[in-house]
Design a protein around this ligand. Structure first.
Ligand SMILES: N[C@@H](CCC(=O)N[C@@H](CS)C(=O)NCC(=O)O)C(=O)O
Length: 295
């Protein structure tokens, strides 16, 4: 049926989910980069396969799958001989995934990418390179607020068959303020405090069989014995919080020790190394981007 092709962006949260899933399943695939910073996700050829104008998109022969969770489910269905990462909804594991998915809906990657560097004092971020991060945040905000609407308007006129999709995308960024809303960041931080406490609590050994549970703690994943989509989601989210300089605030100095131990063992998995961007890839992309702006 053909090779797996993943249209993605190295630094995109949802692309990282899918790359980690592919690594957990030991599936090989071709990676095609969509440069979000240059709004390539709006190019007409890409909008035809993903009308939301977002990454990731998986293509296999004639099959096109969008939405990270649907892509992971598709991989489970198509390659049943590989590790199952999406539990059946009727199973106990599936119920647990629903719980972690609900908590996951409260994590917003955009807050860690834009709001945290913008208002790093409010967030209590300790990232050593905050200045650089703020410059990136400003560029992303500007692209979203100013460049994206202009590109959508132009392409809606030039490609009438895609006009609905461009109008929809444009509406999603209508009325963005000049600067991100600091109140939203405060709310996000408070919600994260609560969500991470809940996860830490879930990861605690049960009191009734503390000894046995304690010895098993090293193997425990969010839905049970297997590393699933719930772990893929939360390992990636914790990585984003760490990358925003928030590890100390949320799980430093003995705080939420079960969550900290969980994140440590998640990071030791091969899929973490494969799913998250490597320094070499980022350096290569940096060089490529510089060429793009020079040309
Ligand atoms: N619900 C989608 C969300 C995808 C998404 O938000 N992608 C972001 C990158 S992580 C994106 O493409 N942003 C560019 C844009 O929205 O213009 C999924 O699960 O795949």
């Amino acid at each position: 049926m053909g090779d797996l092709i993943l249209y993605q962006f190295e630094l995109s949260f949802h692309s990282q989910l899918v790359r980690t899933g592919l690594a957990e399943k030991h599936l090989s695939y071709k990676k095609k980069s969509i440069q979000i910073a240059q709004l390539e996700q709006l190019d007409p050829w890409y909008m035809k396969i993903n009308p939301k104008g977002q990454v990731p998109t998986l293509v296999r022969g004639e099959t096109v799958v969008t939405e990270s969770e649907d892509i992971l489910k598709y991989l489970d269905e198509t390659f049943p001989e590989t590790a199952k990462i999406c539990p059946d909804s009727t199973s106990e594991e599936g119920e647990r995934w629903s719980y972690y998915k609900e908590l996951g809906s409260k994590f917003d990657p955009e807050q860690t990418l834009i709001h945290v560097p913008w208002y790093h004092d409010v967030a209590g971020s300790k990232h050593p390179d905050m200045k650089k991060k703020k410059i990136i945040a400003e560029k992303v905000w500007k692209a979203k607020r100013e460049e994206l609407p202009i590109k959508c308007d132009k392409l809606a006129k030039d490609y009438p068959d895609l006009a609905d999709a461009y109008v929809k995308r444009r509406e999603q960024v209508a009325d963005l303020p000049e600067e991100p809303d600091v109140e939203k960041l405060k709310l996000f931080m408070a919600v994260m405090e609560d969500v991470l406490t809940k996860i830490d609590h879930q990861l605690r050994p049960k009191e009734d069989d503390a000894e046995e549970a304690k010895s098993k703690e090293n193997e425990k994943w969010l839905c049970g014995d297997n590393y699933t989509i719930a772990d893929i989601y939360w390992t990636t989210a914790l990585h984003w919080l760490e990358d925003a300089g928030l590890a100390d605030r949320f799980w430093g100095e003995g705080k939420r020790a079960h969550l900290a131990a969980y994140y440590d063992r998640s990071k030791r998995r091969e899929s973490f190394r494969k799913g998250m961007p490597s320094a070499t890839t980022l350096m290569f992309q940096g060089i490529k981007n510089r060429w793009c702006t020079l040309l």
